[in-house]
Design a protein around this ligand. Structure first.
Ligand SMILES: C[S@@+](CC[C@H](N)C(=O)[O-])C[C@H]1O[C@@H](n2cnc3c(N)ncnc32)[C@H](O)[C@@H]1O
Length: 325
């Protein structure tokens, strides 16, 4: 039974990088257990990658004492505010009841629960009237980590005010399932874990309203303004991107090559392990994300990933207008 669940999760995961079937898993919102499509039973073409995806699936499906200590699933909203760029706190506080917030890789969804908690308005008195009954919030997680508190809060709020989607990665949702969002966050979620970063970013930006912002970060990445080598020189940074010729592209540089976005990248210099925080603001509808392929994936919390650009040239896209600071 456990094997079937893990194999299914690995196969769904494999689908996201195009190495198994191409079918979509059924939408999972608020309820049913994961039911992968028959195509998901196919094995990944690369056995080593298949093993890594299987290991990663075990982390997602881990429960109780088996959950790895570093796999944190219950960060508070305060922790999000400290972890993400400082503008996030204001962006969230300014949302009104007609807005929608997407938390990708939400774990237990504690940040969303804190947003609806009574202390939130006390701590954010500005804009309280405009916020009214607050934005609708949607949590996405591969595995169902909802707690009793989640179920109780959902039952006490107006129907559909908070939603929890699970059972497949973000990139497998249709536009109709997701709808559009004014704000998106990802704190050590899909942005840090996906084996297909370009498809992931396409999906995030397709589900953002123009003018909306996506806040996220990466740990152990080569920041835009950082000259230090990786802590483990032989294994490199946790997330790396290279050009077709093998030369490095920093993640911030790659993000700035996306059209119709304004990118802010800020490094956290306090720790030895470099962290870079990002705000990606969608400025117009014609988003084009430079395609990457996965060339290395090693399961972990988060996994080690290396991507390669499929584009021969590295000229910045027109209209990408980013800033690094
Ligand atoms: C380490 S937990 C982080 C949970 C939460 N953000 C927190 O800080 O407490 C990683 C979360 O990302 C989710 N995740 C990983 N890859 C994902 C993807 N491609 N799409 C959606 N969720 C993903 C996992 O299922 C899990 O909920």
């Amino acid at each position: 039974m456990t094997y079937v669940r893990e194999a299914a999760a690995a196969a769904v995961f494999a689908m996201t990088i195009g190495i198994a079937g191409t079918g979509y898993a059924p939408a999972q919102a608020q309820g049913d257990p994961v039911k992968p499509p028959p195509a998901a039973a196919k094995k990944p073409a690369d056995p080593a990658l298949g093993r890594e995806l299987s290991e990663q699936a075990k982390i997602y499906q881990s429960k109780g004492d088996v959950v790895p200590a570093e796999y944190v699933i219950d960060r508070s909203l305060l922790s999000y505010a400290i972890t993400l760029l400082p503008e996030f706190d204001r962006s969230l506080a300014e949302l009104g009841p007609a807005d929608r917030w997407l938390d990708i890789g939400a774990g237990e969804g504690q940040a969303i629960l804190d947003y609806y908690g009574s202390r939130y308005d006390a701590m954010h008195p500005d804009g309280r009237e405009q916020r009214g009954s607050k934005a609708q919030a949607v949590a996405i997680s591969i595995e169902d980590r909802r707690t009793d508190e989640w179920h109780q809060t959902a039952a006490n709020l107006e129907p559909g005010k908070i939603k929890y989607f699970f059972g497949k990665p973000l990139s497998q949702y249709s536009a109709a399932e997701l709808g559009k969002f004014s704000l998106a966050t990802d704190v050590y979620g899909g942005f840090s874990y996906t084996p297909n970063l370009s498809r992931f970013m396409e999906k995030v930006l397709a589900s953002m309203e123009s003018g909306g912002s996506f806040y996220t970060l990466l740990i152990d990445v080569h920041p835009e303004t950082w000259s230090k080598p990786p802590q483990r020189p032989r294994s490199g940074f946790q997330t790396e991107i290279v050009n077709a010729d093998g030369s490095e592209i920093k993640v911030c540089t790659w993000l700035k090559r996306i059209s119709c976005v304004q990118v802010t990248c800020e490094q956290e210099a306090k720790w030895d392990t470099p962290i870079e925080r990002y705000r990606i603001r969608k400025t117009c509808a014609d988003v084009k994300v430079p395609v990457l392929r996965s060339v290395h994936f090693a399961a972990g919390t988060p996994p080690a990933r290396r991507f390669q650009s499929v584009e021969p040239t590295a000229a910045p896209a027109v209209g990408s207008g980013g800033t690094a600071r």
